[in-house]
Design a binder for this molecule. Sequence first.
Ligand code: HEC
Ligand code: HEC
Length: 256
Amino acid sequence: MRRSAMAVFAVFFAVFAGSALAQEAGVTSAPSDKDLALYRTGINPADTDVDAGEEFFNKTQGEKNTSCAACHGGAAPSKSLKGSAVMFPKWSGSAKKVVSIEDQINMCLGMMGAEKLEMKSPLMNGASLYVRSLSLGMNINVKTDGDAKETFDFGRKVFATRRGARNLSCANCHEDLVGTTLRMQPLKKIGAAAAHWPAYRMMSGQTTSLQQRFVQCMSNARLKPFPLGDYRMTALELYVTSLANGQPLATPGWVR
Ligand code: HEC
Ligand code: HEC
């Protein structure tokens, strides 16, 4: 798992070895010395978020005075979250809608009478990464039919809908223009990308969720970003994650 994340980074590093190229790419910052030092040790900076997530998982909190581990830490397969992450986003019978891992975490925090986490908080990314860490290497397997079909179809539609000042859609850059470059940035198919998010992003030095990555694309392309956790975001996440179906979960990624 770690190796594939490292491979992504290695490509990045090779490309950025020539800083002139980095400049042409419209990239404003090269990897910091700290990031390069970490890269050489093979430690993904986002690993500290996974650790924080594990601590959060085991912490007793909320009015019910309980922990995630109290319900999900047991050895019984009905309790374990092993294999759970690869099914998300998925239909939730209790919420009566498709939910992301982050939504599910907040639903469980609600049950615990504990304070919910903000979607953008580093601890939310950590908790999400820890839940994912229990399914590393298992194949992504989100459902696009049954109860999830409506949301999936809507997500595909959002992906293809042009909007904003430049009248662009996600599909314009990630399907129609694949193989060309935009300000020297190669435009790529999304492919199995969802398998490595949340990822550590070199550009910002921050652990970033898939929905936060969508926001960055929307801002860059001047599409007004949807709020994190918004129904359009969940639908987009389901569609984009479905493109990774059958690919092994490999979080946290380490990307440009
Ligand atoms: C009081 C027991 C309880 C606690 C505490 C609890 N959960 Fe849950 N959790 C559940 C139940 C019950 C479900 C199934 C919910 C449903 O089907 O709507 C669930 C579902 C989940 C799932 C989805 C499992 C799947 O495969 O569908 C995840 C992920 C999860 N919880 C994470 C957490 C995290 C993280 C915490 C701590 C913040 C936590 N839970 C705390 C009871 C609990
Ligand atoms: C103007 C072109 C453009 C538009 C529009 C655009 N993107 Fe991107 N996107 C990019 C570029 C460039 C990258 C960086 C590719 C790379 O990492 O080499 C990227 C990266 C991504 C990634 C990360 C890919 C990976 O390999 O990890 C995801 C996911 C993504 N975009 C989703 C979206 C979604 C969803 C939308 C629509 C809301 C969207 N993008 C709109 C240009 C665009």
